[in-house]
Design a protein around this ligand. Structure first.
Ligand SMILES: Cc1cc2nc3c(=O)[nH]c(=O)nc-3n(C[C@H](O)[C@H](O)[C@H](O)COP(=O)(O)OP(=O)(O)OC[C@H]3O[C@@H](n4cnc5c(N)ncnc54)[C@H](O)[C@@H]3O)c2cc1C
Ligand code: FES
Length: 265
């Protein structure tokens, strides 16, 4: 599909905490075509656009939602936009998650990774797939989207590294390990993960140990977002796993099968 630049009015802005907002944008074309794991590249007050995963797409309302956490000047500018402001964006970009053939989909999100994985669980609900959402937070105070996940049909498992009043006390990877020991195996299970690279590498290792296929969404730094500048090159293993080559995270990814990713940690 041809990538087009859109000027999208902000139709809603919800402040989640002092660092994080969810923006709802009028973007009918993107809302029709986007699928989970894809992203948009937004103009900000910085020279380069900033990539943000699509958190939700409502084709009937013609809107998309983006969860944005402030990490620098570009995201600060975007998070500070108000209802009625117009945002320029390119999208939907990249290759997202493949859900074909799945009966059970376990998502494992850490930090802002819970935003794009919400879209996964929403689509699982629409398709009647069994969904389990593992969401890892530093603390209850940092938790994101818990109400929104609970409103879906998926089972939820909220983990907190510092508080013991959520579903699981500890890291999201430990929560997944615990879950996999208790779950009755279903052959067509997939694990999809998004978040810090160390977390995704551990999730991938755990999935491999249990013989479950795993897809990861990489967050390389990006510039053009459309495959031209090569800023987002990431190392991907080839067939025999001895050789690797660079691929463009924005175009061949950001979602890859976990087995082909050469982790940089
Ligand atoms: C495919 C993709 C999807 C993303 N989805 C989301 C999302 O849903 N919500 C969200 O809040 N953020 C998301 N990000 C991260 C977001 O793009 C960065 O936080 C943003 O580009 C930082 O820009 P800045 O100007 O605010 O900060 P900068 O000053 O450019 O950077 C601030 C800090 O963030 C780090 N950083 C910069 N770019 C990235 C990046 N691509 N990934 C991880 N760390 C980065 C820098 O190393 C630095 O430490 C996503 C990134 C990618 C590649
Ligand atoms: S960001 Fe330019 S090629 Fe990927």
């Amino acid at each position: 599909m041809q990538t087009i630049e859109f000027s999208c009015p902000i139709i809603d802005r919800e402040s989640i905490n002092d660092q994080t907002v969810v923006l709802t944008l009028e973007a009918p074309v993107i809302a029709q075509t986007a699928y989970p794991g894809q992203f948009v590249n937004l103009a900000s007050n910085q020279f380069l656009r900033r990539p943000i995963g699509i958190m939700n797409a409502d084709s009937k309302k013609g809107s998309i939602q983006l969860g944005i956490r402030v990490s620098g000047e570009g995201t600060r500018f975007l998070a500070g936009q108000k209802k009625g402001d117009i945002v320029s964006l390119l999208g939907p970009l990249g290759r997202g998650f493949h859900l074909e053939g799945a009966r059970r989909v376990i998502t494992v999100g850490g930090g802002t990774g819970v935003f794009p994985l919400y879209f996964v669980q929403k689509v699982c609900q629409t398709r009647g797939l069994e969904g389990i959402a593992v969401c890892g937070y530093k603390s209850r105070k940092d938790s994101l989207l818990t109400d929104q996940y609970e409103a879906l049909t998926c089972q939820t498992l909220f983990a907190s590294e510092t508080d013991d009043d959520m579903d699981f006390s500890g890291h999201a990877v430990a929560a997944l390990a615990d879950l996999l020991l208790k779950l009755k195996p279903v052959p067509e299970t997939m694990i999809l993960t998004c978040g810090p690279e160390t977390m995704m590498a551990s999730v991938a290792a755990l999935a491999k140990k249990h013989g479950i296929s795993c897809q990861v969404s990489l967050e390389e730094r990006m510039a053009c977002g459309i495959g031209v500048c090569l800023v987002c090159a990431c190392k991907i293993k080839q067939g025999d796993e001895q050789e690797s080559e660079y691929q463009r995270c924005c175009t061949e990814g950001p979602v890859f099968n976990a087995e082909v990713v050469e982790w940089q940690i």
